[in-house]
Ligand binder design. Structure first.
Ligand SMILES: Cc1cc2nc3c(=O)[nH]c(=O)nc-3n(C[C@H](O)[C@H](O)[C@H](O)COP(=O)(O)O)c2cc1C
Length: 436
């Protein structure tokens, strides 16, 4: 069996507002209703988790302007996903819920408190996707003139999670005694100041929130660079990644397993999930038509701007300064944003012009999955068997119809093959995630 997660890739934001199947998207984009329906559907399908992307800025990297980002609702706006998780926890019973949090800008004490609070509200089903925030604009929103350098951010993140973990452990599990006779709520001898003093952070503690049912909620991580993987191997319960093709997927899992052993961990304790966008329909031909139409719709000047805007956002480098009909310039050592994405662009771009590279960026996924539910289910099973991976992170566009094709079309086919769970075994998210 393997695991399933869904990556809400544009965060708590505008999902769909001007497409055929957008429904009331323009009226409800800032509300919880779509996500409640979605979470219930995915829970019916036995998904391990929903993970919400997040960012802390209105970007202006491309052309030095906010035009393309605001005009197309790209990487912005973003409502705070932690607030949404609280609501989703109430409306569901089994699915894990992961908001993104920035280790660079969320003060550790506030983060530990939020994580513990969410875990209480979700009855032990909260997680946190830890990112270091790659974009310079986010740093400026928090008062920095210059963002922290890439590897320094991961160094800080390592200390950040150590402090957060200590704060979450600052109450012993049986500190709340509810002693009716003595009229004592909590035993003060079981709640500890931590006096943490690191290179970047300092905190006395204890946390003023008792830990939630999971103690330390599920930690998710996505950094693909050397520093990112090291951080993930040391700390993550689940890693989300986009290595391209079966060999790269296998290498990624093998590398994480090796680094986990080096960090003193059992590789089984972290689930590596690969990003995919399955296109399923009644017939293979219909699925292929949907796939081709999606690709054709994106071969336009408008989409070229969007692709360059995304590449600029990820890298922190304004791609409008380059000639689109020339190859991608060598940007080695110049990127303070996503190093792994830039490495992917460089590899993808070999022998191509920038225009060709950008127009090929319509869907980034580990393997292509197009066909009937049975065909796609079979391919997913074969891929996991070959790779030795733990599951898939679906990143399909989000509207109610799209979610139904997966939850009520693809997943039953996966279940018929015994590839995914048919019910949740445990009460808490982490236990279900690590169950197989
Ligand atoms: C599936 C996936 C989800 C991600 N979600 C976020 C996110 O919500 N917010 C964010 O700032 N970065 C996000 N990232 C970016 C990563 O945190 C990281 O910055 C990026 O993968 C580059 O990492 P690297 O610099 O270690 O190569 C995501 C990456 C992937 C692959």
């Amino acid at each position: 069996m393997f695991h399933l997660g869904w990556f809400v890739g544009s965060g708590f934001s505008v999902q769909s507002w001007n497409d055929t199947w957008s429904g009331v998207g323009r009226k409800e984009w800032m509300k919880a209703d779509l996500y409640i329906d979605m979470a219930r559907s995915l829970e019916r399908a036995g998904f391990d988790y929903m993970m919400f992307e997040d960012g802390l800025l209105v970007p202006d990297t491309y052309q030095g302007s906010m035009e393309h980002y605001l005009g197309k609702a790209m990487e912005t706006p973003r409502n705070d996903p932690t607030a949404l998780i609280g609501i989703l926890g109430r409306e569901t019973k089994h699915i894990g819920l992961i908001p993104t949090m920035s280790t660079s800008f969320y003060p550790p004490f506030m983060a530990a408190r939020m994580i513990a609070t969410l875990d209480h509200l979700c009855d032990g089903r909260a997680g946190a996707n830890l990112v270091t925030s790659s974009n310079h604009g986010a740093a400026m929103n928090f008062g920095l003139d210059q963002h922290y350098e890439h590897d320094l951010r991961y160094d800080m993140a390592g200390e950040w999670i150590e402090l957060v973990s200590q704060l979450l452990a600052s109450w012993e599990p049986d500190a709340v005694v509810f002693d009716d006779e003595k009229g004592v709520f909590a035993d003060y001898r079981k709640v500890h100041q931590i006096h943490f003093e690191g290179k970047y952070y300092k905190s006395r503690g204890p946390l003023n929130t008792p830990p939630g049912p999971q103690g330390k909620p599920v930690i998710c991580q996505a950094g693909g660079s050397g520093a990112g993987r090291k951080f993930a191997a040391a700390n993550a319960d689940t890693i989300v990644c986009v290595p391209l093709g079966l060999e790269a997927m296998k290498d990624y899992r093998d590398d994480i397993s090796r680094q986990m052993v080096e960090a003193g961990r059992d590789p089984k304790d972290c689930k590596v999930m690969y990003l995919v966008n399955p296109v399923v329909a009644d017939t293979e031909r219909a699925a292929r038509e949907i796939y081709d139409a999606r690709r054709a719709a994106r071969q336009s000047d408008d989409f070229l701007h969007q692709a360059f805007a995304t590449m600029s956002y990820f890298s922190g480098i304004d791609f409008s300064q380059f000639d689109p009909d020339e190859p991608m310039p060598d940007l080695t050592g110049k990127v303070n944003g996503h190093q792994s994405s830039m490495a992917r662009y460089a590899k993808d771009g070999e022998g191509k012009t920038l225009r060709e590279l950008a127009l090929g960026q319509d869907v980034v996924e580990s393997i292509e999955l197009v066909g009937t539910p049975e065909q796609v289910a079979e391919k997913m099973g074969e891929a996991m068997e070959y790779v030795g991976g733990d599951g898939f992170l679906l990143a399909n566009s989000i509207d109610r119809r799209s979610v139904a094709t997966i939850a009520d079309g693809l997943v039953p086919a996966l279940r018929r093959r015994g590839l995914v769970r048919s019910e949740y075994e445990f009460e808490h998210f982490k236990d279900n995630l690590l169950a197989f």
